[in-house]
Write a protein of this length. Structure first.
Length: 154
C-alpha cells in the first residue's frame, strides 16, 4: 500500500474464505460526501459485494454504505451501484480475465490512503467445498502447534 498514511476501514473476510485470490490491485471509488462521512464512522459492509464491467466502466455492486445520520436529503441509496476509478487498459485486461478464464472480481478491503477512499480488488477463483475444509484444517493445525509451543516455552 506504499509509504503514504493508510488506515484500513474494513476487510472482506468472506472473500478469503470463498475464493483463491490470484492477484490484487488498488482502485479509487466514486462516492458522495455523506457516504464518505458514513464510511469514516464504520458504516460499510463488503460481505456480498462484487465487481463487473458495465458499458466500459468498472462498477461495484452489493456494497452497503449505511445512510449518514445527519445527511438529510443528501443521503444516497445504501446499496447503489458505485463506479470504480481505473485506467481504461486495466479495465480491458480485467474484463478479459473475467470473460475468458472464468475469474471473479471481488473487493477485498476498503481503506483510506491519505484522505482518499481506496478499494483493494482481488482477481479470484472460486473454492470448492474440499478446498475450504483443507484450509480450515490447516488453520486448526497451525493454531494447535502455536498453542503447544507457547505451553512448552512456559
Amino acid at each position: 500500500m506504499g509509504k503514504e498514511n493508510t488506515k484500513t476501514i474494513t476487510t472482506n473476510k468472506k472473500a478469503f474464505h470463498d475464493y483463491f485470490v490470484e492477484e490484487s490491485l488498488e482502485a479509487g471509488i466514486e462516492l458522495c460526501g455523506t457516504e464518505v462521512k458514513s464510511i469514516r464512522r464504520g458504516g460499510v459492509n463488503l460481505k456480498d459485494a462484487w465487481c463487473a464491467v458495465e458499458e466500459g466502466q468498472m462498477v461495484i455492486n452489493g456494497m452497503h454504505i449505511s445512510p449518514y445520520e445527519h445527511g438529510n436529503i443528501f443521503n444516497r441509496e445504501p446499496s447503489r451501484v458505485r463506479r470504480l476509478l481505473l485506467h481504461k487498459r486495466e479495465i480491458i485486461r480485467l474484463y478479459g480475465l473475467v470473460k475468458q478464464q472464468g475469474l471473479t472480481l471481488i473487493p477485498l478491503s476498503l481503506y483510506f490512503k491519505g484522505s482518499l477512499v481506496k478499494v483493494q480488488l482481488g482477481v479470484c477463483r472460486g473454492k470448492k467445498l474440499y478446498d475450504k475444509r483443507a484450509d480450515m484444517a490447516a488453520k486448526a493445525a497451525k493454531r494447535d502447534m502455536e498453542r503447544a509451543m507457547k505451553e512448552r516455552n512456559r
